[in-house]
Design a protein around this ligand. Sequence first.
Ligand SMILES: CC(C)(COP(=O)(O)OP(=O)(O)OC[C@H]1O[C@@H](n2cnc3c(N)ncnc32)[C@H](O)[C@@H]1OP(=O)(O)O)[C@@H](O)C(=O)NCCC(=O)NCCS
Length: 159
Amino acid sequence: VTPPAPAVRRAGAGDLDPLASLWTALGEHHAELDPAFALRPDAAPEIRRLLLAQLRDPEAAFFLWEEGGRALGFAQVRVDAAPPILVETRRAEIVDLAVRADARRRGIGSALLAAALDWVRDRDVERVEVRVAAANAAGQGFWRARGFGDWMDVLHRRL
Ligand SMILES: CC(C)(COP(=O)(O)OP(=O)(O)OC[C@H]1O[C@@H](n2cnc3c(N)ncnc32)[C@H](O)[C@@H]1OP(=O)(O)O)[C@@H](O)C(=O)NCCC(=O)NCCS
């Protein structure tokens, strides 16, 4: 039997295990960048609860890249309403995008982003945001190479 070709697909509630695993790896990657991202030791059940709620949200979508039965990357995108004083009524946000460290720089992140942006375009939403840590060199390089530019700076200060 020929294994299915590697591809992006929309993820659902049945994909909680690979999504939780990928999400945890993403959290650990960020914890190395800044202690503000550190996960609690008992975060695992809460991560699953949060993911399930987001999977049920009709204004959000998850995409998975699978290869040889293994999930190597995921993206989460959502659409939000703007305050009713703005001309722009809705905007999208790429909430998460992560590829396993041993599978990076092969185009998987770009394929997941393309699927997420197609989902956004289908909703007639014309602008997409992403929050990326200033210290995340790969993330900064990835987004800027794909046409994303500075818009808002999130400043913070330790007290
Ligand atoms: C960002 C990420 C999702 C990209 O996934 P990917 O599968 O490697 O992406 P692609 O192969 O489609 O594109 C890689 C591109 O990202 C950029 N990039 C990757 N690593 C980089 C680095 N260390 N410095 C600068 N740019 C980098 C380059 O533009 C690169 O293109 P190139 O290989 O042609 O030079 C992946 O690095 C990742 O999972 N990082 C950890 C999690 C994370 O930071 N996610 C983003 C949160 S905002």
